[in-house]
Ligand binder design. Sequence first.
Ligand code: NAD
Length: 291
Amino acid sequence: MTVTARLLAGAPAAEALLADAAARAARLSAPPYLVMVRLGDDPASVSYVRGKDRKAREVGLSSTVHALPETTTQAELLDLIARLNADDRVNGILVQLPLPAQISEQAALHAIDPRKDVDGFHPLNVGELWAGRPALRPCTPAGILALLDHYRIAVAGQRAVVVGRSHIVGRPLAGLLLNRDATVTLAHSRTPDLGAVTREADLLCVAVGQAHLITPDMVKPGATVIDVGINRVPGEKGGKAHLTGDVHPDAAQVAGAITPVPGGVGPMTIAQLLANTVTAAEMQSGGQAAR
Ligand code: NAD
């Protein structure tokens, strides 16, 4: 079948975001410094943190990873966060989720100095987002806005539907789109007749974690589709497992533009984290964050 949609590849948009971050970093008195904390050996977390660390160095940032044992207590983690908060050399702190069961995610995220909260998950930054005031923004949603801007896709005045209401993607994405004057609907697992809602969308963003939940008939012809989902599916007839999105690939025959999985939103998340680290460093030296 023929693909009619424009493919919104993440790599060129991420490169542009990183080039801008590197240029801003070069204007500071010292390279922005990101510290990441990871607990245990969850393979996905190990690989995410390694990727972020490598990219940070590539664009000229300083980066350190604290790899703590799975058995780390909450008090030990909070003690490390307090030391990083107090260390003036550290501009950004990221605690890789998920955390082991003995540690409250809320306690850890609340402990990070909001000015160093490069993941944008601290309640102060969440509040600033919904108030439409400048602050550090969650990386995946902010990366999606950067992707749309890179490809000059209009947001203001558009009817946007976000499917998925997680704290890391769906909710903050709805807030960012609202701040950019979209008319936003936030759909979720209890939304009746999801297709009727998604078919209204000029801009459809899907962050659920269910392979091919969105079928072509659920997409408005010509819509822009942002597929955040990353789902590992087993290969056919025992073949190699591969990654696929929340949107069925045939939706590319209906949509006007669509992000591929992998290679769409994914690269934007890391690039935005590094851009946030530069923004944090700028703010700490007296500058302003993005709206
Ligand atoms: P989550 O599990 O925290 O949230 C999923 C959301 O989907 C929930 O709010 C739930 O209400 C909603 N949902 C579940 N079933 C639904 C249904 N049938 N219809 C409508 N809504 C439904 O997930 P998350 O952390 O937001 O991640 C979502 C997906 O995005 C995952 O595949 C994840 O791997 C991916 N992800 C990708 C990136 C990236 O950088 N590309 C970053 C974060 C997450």
